[in-house]
Design a protein around this ligand. Structure first.
Ligand SMILES: C[S@@+](CC[C@H](N)C(=O)[O-])C[C@H]1O[C@@H](n2cnc3c(N)ncnc32)[C@H](O)[C@@H]1O
Length: 191
């Protein structure tokens, strides 16, 4: 099902709202090999990410027009761009990092973070600040960074960065899989 408030405005207007190179650099995207993304949208982030990483970008959207536009811009790049309802089916791949950009105002954020945590070791989130931004979901569903950290913990993730300033309108946060608990199978001899 399409996530609430996830419709897109005109492409040129949408792309005027981000400093894409700054966002990707502050999140350290070039460190990753394979990456998965929920919501390619117009390919605003997908195309530069595919150029920056050493492996393949797997990007999914429910909207066939968004898939078509991203594919058109992605010629020659290592991108798998497919129609998929991620809230229904998860990511279906194992990657180094999962990107949740402008989407954690969804109806089931912990479910989405669990899907992300089962697909990648790191999860990079960006979202609109709680401020007078020119766009973004309504304040009652727009998450604060503290809220994302709390949801992440419920999904087995710990913050691996401070809150990252992504001017003009966004913040980011990186989450990483919590190390596994020490093995409980080691017992004293004879016990
Ligand atoms: C707000 S846009 C963000 C797009 C892109 N991440 C960006 O920041 O430019 C959200 C995108 O997610 C897609 N989307 C919404 N619900 C989805 C779902 N359940 N599975 C996959 N994509 C979905 C929408 O069609 C839309 O293109």
């Amino acid at each position: 099902m399409k996530i609430r408030d996830s419709g897109m405005p005109d492409e040129a207007y949408w792309e005027s709202l981000f400093d894409v190179p700054l966002i990707l650099s502050r999140l350290g995207i070039e460190r990753f090999h394979d990456v998965a993304e929920l919501g390619c949208g117009y390919g605003t982030f997908s195309v530069p990410i595919a150029r920056a990483i050493s492996g393949t970008l797997y990007t999914y959207d429910v909207d066939p027009d968004m898939i078509a536009r991203t594919k058109e811009r992605a010629t020659g790049l290592r991108i798998v761009c497919e129609q998929r309802d991620v809230m229904d089916s998860g990511f279906g791949v194992k990657v180094d990092a999962v990107l949740l950009f402008n989407i954690l105002h969804c109806e089931q954020p912990i479910k989405l973070l669990r899907y992300a945590a089962s697909a990648g070791r790191e999860v990079c989130v960006i979202h609109w600040r709680h401020a007078d931004t020119p766009r973004g979901p309504s304040f009652d569903i727009r998450p604060y960074p503290e809220q994302i950290i709390e949801w992440g913990r419920e999904a087995g993730l710990e913050p691996s960065s401070d809150v990252i300033d992504l001017p003009p309108w966004h913040y980011g946060i990186r989450l990483a899989l919590r190390p596994a608990f020490p093995s409980l199978t080691r017992t004293r001899r004879g016990s």
